[in-house]
Design a protein around this ligand. Structure first.
Ligand code: PGA
Length: 254
């Protein structure tokens, strides 16, 4: 597939996989994906499996991501993990502002932008998630919601930082539901988000930013989604928990 930007496909394992299970999965992924060079491939295990997975993927082209981090660099923040701690395990990416964290941990756009800036401060690339709920889409609020999430979650980023940031568009109604946005909905929404980036930064920066689609991505719909000009990859939940389905998503996207 001929794309303006290199595809980036990341597996968000969420709160799944013990260390032993994580190692099983990455060993299979390494075999399945040994020859893939065309796509940036990222696995995002839970914190407890980062060290083991980090070692296991050293001799592969898989890259490591975390699922969250603190906006603080160190100190009395019980239960939190700082960017510098992730760097110890060669983590390159960090998912921030996932809709599950926005919903269950009440993360705000303001907090997400602070986390993003802290990630950049440690040379971690943030994957900033945005997306509307079903009620918001049905109420014709999609663009308004996305505009405020994009503006708020990326507030204070420099142009250089933005060019090193990944945005994940994940309609909340498509996450884990089996419902996927149509390719037309995905393309239209990604183009809208890129338009916001032009306004906030500039055309050159906006053209560099990779915008992933997320929400029930599977081997059967990956190719069509990735064929859209503004869809630059995928953030995959459920289908990233098995080597076969995650590697088929990647192979079908090439
Ligand atoms: P899903 O999750 O692929 O299971 O829908 C996507 C996500 O939450 O990142």
């Amino acid at each position: 597939m001929n794309k303006e930007r290199k595809l980036i496909i990341a597996g968000n394992w969420k709160m799944n996989k013990t260390v032993a299970e994580a190692l099983d999965l990455v060993r299979s992924l390494k075999l399945e994906l040994a020859n893939v060079k065309e796509v940036d491939m990222v696995v995002c295990p839970p914190f407890t499996a980062l060290e083991a997975v980090s070692k296991a993927i050293l001799d592969s082209s898989l890259r490591l991501g975390a699922q969250n981090m603190s906006e603080q660099n160190f100190g009395a923040f019980t239960g939190e993990i700082a960017a510098g701690m992730l760097k110890e395990f060669s983590v390159r990416y960090v998912i921030l502002g996932h809709s599950e964290r926005r919903q269950y941990q009440k993360e705000s756009n303001e907090l997400i932008s602070k986390k993003g800036l802290a990630a950049h401060g440690a040379s971690l690339k943030p994957i900033i998630c945005v997306g509307e709920t079903l009620a918001e889409r049905e109420g014709g609020q999609t663009e308004k919601v996305l505009e405020s999430q994009v503006r708020g979650s990326l507030a204070g980023f420099s142009k250089e930082q933005m060019a090193e940031t990944v945005v994940a568009y994940e309609p909340v109604w498509a996450i884990g539901t089996g419902k996927t946005a149509t390719t037309a909905q995905a393309q239209e929404t990604h183009a809208f988000i890129r338009g916001q980036l032009v306004k906030m930064f500039d055309e050159t920066v906006a053209r560099k930013v990779r915008i992933q689609y997320g929400g029930s991505v599977k081997p059967s719909n990956a190719r069509e989604l990735m064929s859209q000009p503004d869809v630059d990859g995928a953030l995959v939940g459920g289908a990233s928990l098995e080597a076969r389905s995650f590697s088929d998503i990647i192979k079908n996207s090439i």
